[in-house]
Design a protein around this ligand. Structure first.
Ligand code: PTJ
Length: 256
């Protein structure tokens, strides 16, 4: 691991890269995951590398859905296993959701390694190893557990690649995505689209769960009823534009 000095202006971003590279080295993250992380970094720059208000609204709505769910599942892939294993375990713990490993570049070895990695972070139950059901998809993300994603009513899908998200929505599940691209198929398809870095989103969601856990079902339903996903997406696009405009104007560059 490269030694990153704490006073480096891009410390957080460089540490995140180190975690993803380490994920590849220990066999939990795919090489393609490096490319996905690079794409995420570019969108994070556009958004100002912070949780904007519309993302926090989506994160609270997501928590309300998870707290009200009968069988909520947090889907884990190679990138999230490398970046936020502790936060995924913490979110499962506080909400009562279960973790399920679900991979695009699937191999039994990677499913096993990610499962063990989550267990080393304190996870009790990790689904995904059985793979006893298929979603109607032509690739390996189709492979799910019957008592997990297949029968879930609410599924959290961080860093998704689109068509599974659509399939889960078609199966009338509530799908919560975490994806920094405000116009990805995933973001445009999900029920609740969290447009934030997965590292910040999961940390916020753990905190919001602690704040909201003792609320009545009626007040959680109020949070869901007041939520408008299209507005979250358009507010995000506006924030990105404003962020770029401010950056340009600070440097005396004309914004057309
Ligand atoms: O581990 P596997 O085999 O399941 O594969 C996982 C990846 C991520 C490689 C696979 O799902 C994939 O190829 O995903 P995509 O199609 O590249 O989509 C990932 C999306 O996540 C893109 O829209 C990125 O902008 C976004 N993204 C990347 N890093 C982050 C992110 N969103 C939030 N936080 C990030 N750190």
């Amino acid at each position: 691991m490269t030694d990153i000095p704490k006073d480096h202006p891009r410390y957080e971003s460089l540490i995140t890269r180190e975690k993803i590279v380490n994920g590849v080295n220990i066999g939990i993250t795919s090489k393609q995951g490096l490319v996905a992380q690079g794409r995420g970094e570019a969108f994070d720059y556009l958004i100002g590398e912070k949780t904007i208000e519309s993302a926090a609204i989506a994160e609270r709505a997501a928590v309300a859905h998870i707290l009200l769910a009968r069988n909520p599942i947090i889907s884990v892939n190679g990138n999230t296993a490398a970046l936020v294993p502790d936060l995924m375990v913490a979110l499962a713990d506080v909400t009562g959701a279960r973790l399920e490993v679900n991979l695009f570049h699937r191999s039994d070895a990677r499913v096993h390694k990610i499962t063990e990695h989550l267990r080393s972070q304190g996870a009790d139950v990790v689904l995904g190893g059985k793979g006893d059901k298929r979603l109607d998809l032509s690739h390996d993300r189709a492979i799910v557990d019957e008592d997990g994603i297949f029968s879930a009513d609410v599924v959290l899908v961080p860093l998704e690649d689109g068509d599974r998200c659509q399939k889960l929505v078609e199966m009338r599940k509530t799908v919560i995505s975490i994806d920094l691209n405000p116009l990805s198929r995933t973001t445009l398809t999900a029920t609740v689209s969290i447009i934030d870095n997965v590292t910040r989103a999961l940390s916020n969601m753990v905190q919001f769960t602690k704040d909201m856990k003792n609320k009545s079902n009626d007040s959680l339903l109020d949070v869901i009823d007041a939520y408008d996903n299209d507005k979250v997406i358009s507010d995000t696009l506006y924030s990105m534009q404003e962020n770029l405009k401010n950056k340009a104007e600070e440097r005396g560059i004309k914004w057309i």
